[in-house]
Write a protein that binds this ligand. Structure first.
Ligand code: ADP
Ligand code: DAR
Length: 363
């Protein structure tokens, strides 16, 4: 880009930002973006750019500006954005991650003692299936808004080579979206293996450009170990199976992470742990979830939400984020990912789910 083009780009960004900020401040949005993007912070950040990938404040806030119903409303366009735009990211991170202040640092990785993780529902009364996932960003690459089509293709090719080396229980095949029929894609989404398409928050965050180039899913033979390539994050590493055997599912995900990190470096910071596109996933990036039916407890949704809140759990619909429950199946998972170890996140989910089952049994 020539100097004149850069200048013109920044003038356009500045105009777009001013228009969007005016709309946000006049709205009744409840997002953390609205709460913390004060005029003072806006003025301080609106001209800033990250040194390597030249991302702007607009790249960070465009989704929350277009979707006033966002919960958070902000994403990091590249790893440097978390420090360059810290006056905005820090209070949002502190709020979402329940008091993770700028003085806090994420603990070192600790998978913990897997023998202390149990089968959450040995009689299979309530839990249909259990899933544990983490996100990883590949060092040297920006995040979605700053990624070129070549970036998506490079990451996919890099991962396809790594997938060739996965063996034993992890052995499987990679399916690029570009070589998948719509019918196959919809079936895999309906079966909860593949990521959904067309999320308006991700679209507005410029996370769906060049779609479906560079996007796909790796699956082992039993579909109990999956890797999403270039959806919201560069990688989502997933282990799942019917029932509540949390320890075994967690072990499989760990094995997958260890196999991949032999071949590629992940973006990580001392302060935030593993870096991700969305600040809600920073740190451990782990979401351990149960697909669970608790008809008595969920007959009063507010009561279910209150129990979940008490145990730092999040309630999602049957098809995950931004969906409703179908046939009484809820996706209940740990909410905390930052400021605690991988083991503590799993333990928090385990303790919360066991408590929910105990309450359902007692009603
Ligand atoms: P993420 O978990 O990556 O944050 P979503 O909330 O969109 O993303 O969930 C992704 C997919 O995983 C959805 O199809 C959802 O139904 C599925 N899922 C989540 N938890 C479970 C579970 N315990 N068993 C089966 N599928 C699950
Ligand atoms: N809709 C966005 C996403 C928040 C967290 N979910 C992610 N990262 N998939 C919001 O601001 O509500």
């Amino acid at each position: 880009m020539s100097q004149d083009q850069k200048k013109c780009h920044l003038i356009c960004v500045s105009k777009a930002l001013d228009d969007a900020y005016k709309r946000l401040t006049q709205s009744d949005s409840k997002s953390l973006l609205k709460k913390y993007l004060t005029q003072e912070i806006y003025d301080e950040l609106k001209q800033k750019q990250t040194p390597t990938f030249k991302s702007t404040l607009l790249d960070c806030v465009q989704s929350g500006m277009m979707n006033l119903d966002s919960g958070i409303g902000i994403y990091a366009p590249d790893p440097e954005a978390y420090s360059v735009f810290a006056p905005l990211f820090d209070p949002i991170i502190e709020d979402y991650h329940m008091g993770f202040t700028p003085q806090n640092s994420h603990p070192p990785l600790n998978w913990g003692n897997l023998n202390t993780l149990v089968n959450l529902d040995p009689q299979n009364k309530y839990i249909i299936s259990t899933r544990v996932r983490c996100g990883r960003s590949i060092e040297g690459y920006p995040f979605n808004p700053c990624m070129s089509e070549d970036h998506y293709i490079e990451i996919e090719k890099k991962m396809e080579n790594i997938f060739q080396g996965l063996s034993g229980e992890l052995e499987g095949t990679y399916r690029p979206l570009t070589k998948m029929t719509k019918c196959e894609q919809e079936r895999l989404i309906d079966d909860h293996y593949l990521f959904k398409e067309g999320d308006r928050f991700l679209k507005a965050a410029k996370a769906c450009r060049f779609w479906p180039t560079g996007r796909g899913i790796y699956m082992n033979k039993n579909k109990t170990f999956l890797i999403w390539v270039n959806e919201e994050d560069h990688l989502r590493i997933i282990s799942m199976e019917p029932g509540g055997n949390l320890g075994d599912i967690y072990r499989r995900m760990i094995e997958g992470v260890k196999a991949i990190e032999q071949q590629v470096s992940f973006s990580r910071s001392d302060r935030f742990g593993y870096l991700t596109f969305c600040p809600t996933n920073l740190g451990t990036t782990i979401r351990a979830s149960a697909h669970i039916k608790v008809p008595k407890l969920s007959s009063d949704k507010e009561k279910l939400e209150a129990v979940a809140e008490k145990h730092h759990l999040q309630v999602r619909g049957t098809r995950g984020e931004h969906t409703e429950s179908e046939e009484g199946v809820y996706d209940i998972s740990n909410k905390r990912r930052l400021g605690l170890t991988e083991y503590e996140a799993l333990k928090e989910m385990q303790d919360g789910i066991l408590e929910i089952i105990k309450m359902e049994d007692s009603l």
